[in-house]
Design a protein around this ligand. Structure first.
Ligand code: NDP
Length: 246
C-alpha cells in the first residue's frame, strides 16, 4: 500500500508561528495539504498564510484556554474543518534553573502550556476525527521526557507527560481509525531558547555554540513521514538527536 497523498490531508498545527511548527506548516503546504496554522502572533500567521495562498487558514489562539480552543475548532470554515492530522506542538521552556532556584510562575506557565494546553488541543480536536473515522495526532514531546539534565526539572516532566498521554490516547482511540505519534526531538535550533531567556538573543545563541543542532525543517520531515504513512501503520514514537560533530 502506498503512502497517503498529502493533497488529501488537512493539517492543524499548534505553535505554527515559529520553529518546528512553522516548518511543519511549510512542509505540508508545499505538498498541497491544507493547513490550519495556530498561534498567538497574528502577524506571523498572516505572513505564513501569504506564502501559500488559499492553503493556510490562520487561527489566532492561546491553547491554554480550553473554551476558546473548542469554539475555534468548531468554527473552522469549510475546507479546513475536516482536519485529519493534528500537530499538538505548541510548547515552551522558561528559565530552566535548578529546582531550588526556579520561579514558580515559570513552572506554572510550562504546565499550563505543555500539559494543559496540549491536552485541551486533543480534547477539542479528537471528537471530530473519531466521528470522521480518520485522523492522526502528532505530538511534539522531547528527549527531555526520557533523559534528565540540570535545570530540566518541570520542563522534562511536562514532556514525560506528553509521552505517556500520547500512549494513553492511543489506547482510547484504538479501532476508531485515529492514530497517534509522539515526535521526541533533541537539540533543535528554533526560537525555543529566545523564549527561555525572555528575548535575550545573546544568551539564546550561546546554547547552540559549538553544537550541530537539528533545524525545525529536520523535525517537520519526521512529522511528514509519520503522517503520510499508509493508514494501517502507526509510528508511536520518533526520537532523533542532533548528531554532534567531533
Ligand atoms: P519555538 O519557540 O520556535 O515555537 C514555539 C511555538 O509555540 C510558537 O509558535 C509559539 O507561538 C507557540 N506557543 C507557545 N505558547 C503558546 C500558547 N499559549 N498558545 C498557542 N501557541 C503557543 O520553539 P520550538 O519550535 O522549538 O518548539 C515547538 C515544540 O518543540 C515545543 O513543544 C518544544 O517543547 C518542543 N521541543 C523543542 C526542542 C528544541 O530544542 N527546540 C527539542 C524538543 C522539543 P506564539 O508565541 O505565537 O503563540
Amino acid at each position: 500500500m502506498s503512502a497517503l497523498d498529502p493533497k488529501t490531508l488537512t493539517v492543524l498545527v499548534t505553535g505554527a508561528t515559529s520553529g518546528i511548527g512553522a516548518a511543519t506548516v511549510r512542509r505540508f503546504a508545499s505538498e498541497g495539504s491544507k493547513v490550519v496554522a495556530v498561534g498567538r502572533r497574528e502577524d506571523r500567521l498572516a505572513a505564513l498564510a501569504a506564502e501559500f495562498p488559499g492553503l493556510i487558514h490562520p487561527l489566532v489562539l492561546d491553547v491554554r484556554d480550553f473554551a476558546a480552543t473548542e469554539a475555534a475548532f468548531a468554527a473552522l470554515p469549510e475546507g479546513f474543518n475536516s482536519y485529519n492530522v493534528v500537530c499538538a506542538n505548541a510548547g515552551l521552556a522558561l528559565g530552566l534553573e535548578p529546582a531550588q532556584d526556579a520561579k514558580i510562575e515559570d513552572w506554572q506557565t510550562m504546565i499550563d502550556t505543555n500539559v494543559s494546553g496540549l491536552a485541551y488541543t486533543v480534547r477539542a480536536a479528537l471528537p471530530g476525527m473519531v466521528a470522521r473515522k480518520e485522523g492522526h495526532i502528532v505530538f511534539t514531546g522531547s528527549v527531555a521526557g526520557d533523559y534528565p539534565y540540570p535545570g530540566g526539572n518541570v520542563y522534562g516532566a511536562t514532556k514525560a507527560f506528553v509521552k505517556q498521554f500520547a500512549l494513553n490516547v492511543w489506547a482510547d482511540v484504538a479501532g476508531t481509525g485515529v492514530r497517534v505519534t509522539n515526535i521526541e526531538p533533541g537539540l533543535t535550533e528554533t526560537e525555543f531558547s529566545v523564549v527561555r531567556f525572555r528575548g535575550d538573543d545573546a544568551k539564546a545563541g550561546k546554547v547552540y555554540e559549538g553544537t550541530a543542532p537539528m533545524t525545525g525543517e529536520d523535525i517537520a520531515e519526521q512529522v511528514y513521514f509519520a503522517a503520510t504513512l499508509p493508514r494501517h501503520v502507526v509510528v508511536l514514537r520518533i526520537q532523533a538527536m542532533a548528531n554532534q560533530q567531533s
